[in-house]
Ligand binder design. Structure first.
Ligand code: C5P
Length: 242
């Protein structure tokens, strides 16, 4: 089979032209980066696990009516998705203080937040994805107010659903990052969930012991990185056969 045309290579994924117009193939790599690519490494088997985990979570979200770009998983490392126009924002939802919020505001990591907090970051590697406000987003035209409203509503629904789903398997959903895209279909535009949802972009702690099962194991040199991702897949009941 002729190799598909590569459209884009990111830090953790490669995007190829899909088999039909309006489709894209997402290939999941084992490469891991942190701190704006200052730290680089390989987590063996990560791509396979993230492909599975993201397939599972996007499918469950689709079932409750959250529009996503996901179509189907193709093989161990690839999934077919709809081509969307990516909105240049990272939408972070936080339930418990951790990471940059804990550092920026001096709140002890692990402190439950009074309510879920949404933050926006402008997707720009050269600027190291700066924190931005709704004012910046609408003034600079990255998203219109009604698009941002849609994203917030969807992000909160994703948070409610995933919090429950994870808690059911003994995992606390501390925070996570979402990306959205514009999907054009029949002369209409819809905002849909894009990218991936995996331990690369969620903080997942064992709800009993607090043990980290996400990319912080790599960021903070905690060891057993792949094992953390595997444990998430195992608890979700989707661990791929060795
Ligand atoms: O680093 P910070 O605390 O702001 O991260 C919040 C959440 O967003 C974490 O779950 C992290 O994995 C995710 N994130 C991400 N991609 C980034 C920045 C953060 O997936 N570029």
């Amino acid at each position: 089979m002729a190799r598909r045309r590569q459209i884009y290579e990111g830090k953790a994924k490669i995007l190829f032209e899909g088999p039909e117009p309006g489709t894209i193939v997402q290939y999941f790599k084992d490469d891991a980066t942190a701190f704006n690519a200052q730290k680089k490494g390989i987590i063996t088997g990560k791509g396979v696990l993230n492909n599975r985990i993201s397939e599972y979570l996007m499918t469950r979200l689709g079932e409750i009516g959250i529009p996503t770009h996901f179509i189907r998983r193709l093989n161990m490392r690839e999934q077919l998705v709809r081509e969307v126009e990516i909105i240049p924002l990272e939408v972070v939802v936080r339930n418990v203080a951790a990471g940059s919020l804990a550092t920026r505001l001096g709140i002890a990591e692990g402190t439950r937040l009074p309510r879920s907090i949404i933050e926006y970051y402008y997707k720009n590697d050269a600027l190291q994805d700066p924190l931005v406000s709704e004012e910046h987003i609408t003034a600079f035209g990255w998203a219109a107010t009604h698009d941002l409203d849609d994203m917030v509503q969807l992000a909160l629904r994703v948070n409610d659903f995933l919090t429950g789903l994870m808690l059911g398997v003994g995992i606390a959903l501390v925070d996570f990052k979402l990306e959205f895209g514009r999907l054009y279909e029949n002369d209409e535009m819809r905002i849909v969930l894009a990218d991936e949802i995996s331990p690369d972009n969620c903080r997942l702690w064992d709800s009993r012991t607090g043990e980290k099962m996400d990319k912080d194991r790599f960021r903070r040199d905690l060891g057993k990185v792949e094992e953390g991702y595997q444990e998430v897949a195992r608890r979700l009941g989707i661990l791929p056969e060795a």
